[in-house]
Design a protein around this ligand. Structure first.
Ligand SMILES: [Fe+2]
Length: 311
């Protein structure tokens, strides 16, 4: 493998793609309850944005016979970065799914796709057109951006090493030896890798405007008949608040806010957090993790590994 990169070309997590059989119900959920805005759709795919962020979309939901994580999309700064990532992947023997090309998805741009060591489909793109956006109002309890994604892997160290070596991710913290939190810029993590019984999606996290809006969103979910399976609470690692919910297809989605920022990258020393109730939830307001969260976060084995997405 190549030498580690000194600075990741990745600026942020652009969007997460989910595919699922209960398509209509899921579209309704993310639109009417979760608080995203459908910006483009046909009968088989819907792209969701938030009015508070310039990304064209932060979530896409596709109709499919089997549930899967369709892809994770990361942004890089320039088309040159897309080409450089491609060269790096090819040199390392990584399976490329799509060579660099113009993208046909909303906002266009230039991107490529490859499979990570667990067979997850990853897209890297640049020059995607921005959409108009505005700051959220106080008390407006809808997501303002995508925060992070957590995936389950059977060999956390091997998957972590891939993201560090080939994409320049940096380790922020460990949760025992079970989960590692990775960053590319100031956010404590945009990707975390958790030890699981199989390759699958653990959860997708959406950032709210602040504590008040996060609690209002949590309450709206509760009143809609979908109470948190874990939370509300405040994690030790990342210092972010959390409320975790199940979407109609059994994927976990999170409302969070106040994720720790690592401003001085060079000075940061990764820590190892312990999975005690006090470190899992500083506030002590959440129910025990064992009740629903642990079985739910393993999710079903992902049916889409090593398989490209039609869109
Ligand atoms: Fe999270």
């Amino acid at each position: 493998m190549s030498e580690p990169l000194t600075r990741s070309p990745i600026t942020h997590l652009r969007h997460v793609g989910l595919a699922m059989p209960d398509y209509r119900e899921s579209v309704e959920f993310y639109d009417k309850i979760w608080g995203l805005v459908p910006v483009a759709n046909d009968s088989d795919i819907t792209f969701f944005a938030t009015p508070a962020h310039p990304e064209q979309y932060i979530l896409r939901v596709r109709r499919a016979a089997e549930k899967r994580l369709d892809l994770l999309s990361f942004a890089v700064e320039t088309e040159h970065d897309v080409d450089a990532v491609t060269e790096r992947m090819i040199a390392a023997g990584v399976q490329v799914d799509r060579e660099p090309d113009k993208l046909g998805t909303p906002g266009g741009g230039y991107g490529m796709r490859f499979f990570d060591p667990d067979g997850r489909l990853i897209e890297v793109s640049a020059e995607v057109a921005e959409r108009p956006y505005r700051p959220l109002e106080p008390r407006e309890s809808i997501p303002q951006k995508l925060s992070h994604v957590v995936v389950n892997a059977t060999d956390v160290v091997a998957t972590k090493k891939f993201y560090e070596t080939l994409l320049g991710f940096r380790l922020s913290d460990w949760l025992e030896d079970q989960m590692c939190f990775l960053r590319t810029r100031v956010d404590h993590h945009i990707l975390a890798i958790a030890h699981g019984p199989h390759t699958s999606l653990n959860h997708v996290s959406f950032e709210m405007r602040g504590i008040d809006e996060y609690m209002r969103g949590t309450g709206r979910m509760k009143r809609s008949g979908r109470p948190p399976i874990w939370g509300p609470g405040r994690h030790g690692a990342g210092d972010n608040t959390f409320s975790y919910f199940l979407d109609p297809n059994g994927n976990i989605v999170e409302y969070t806010t106040e994720l720790e920022r690592i401003e001085d990258d060079a000075a940061w020393e990764p820590r190892v957090w312990v999975a005690t109730p006090e470190e899992a939830d500083q506030w002590g307001t959440s129910n025990p993790i064992t009740e629903q969260m642990i079985p739910a976060m393993f999710n079903d084995p992902d049916r889409g590994v090593w398989t490209g997405s039609p869109i």
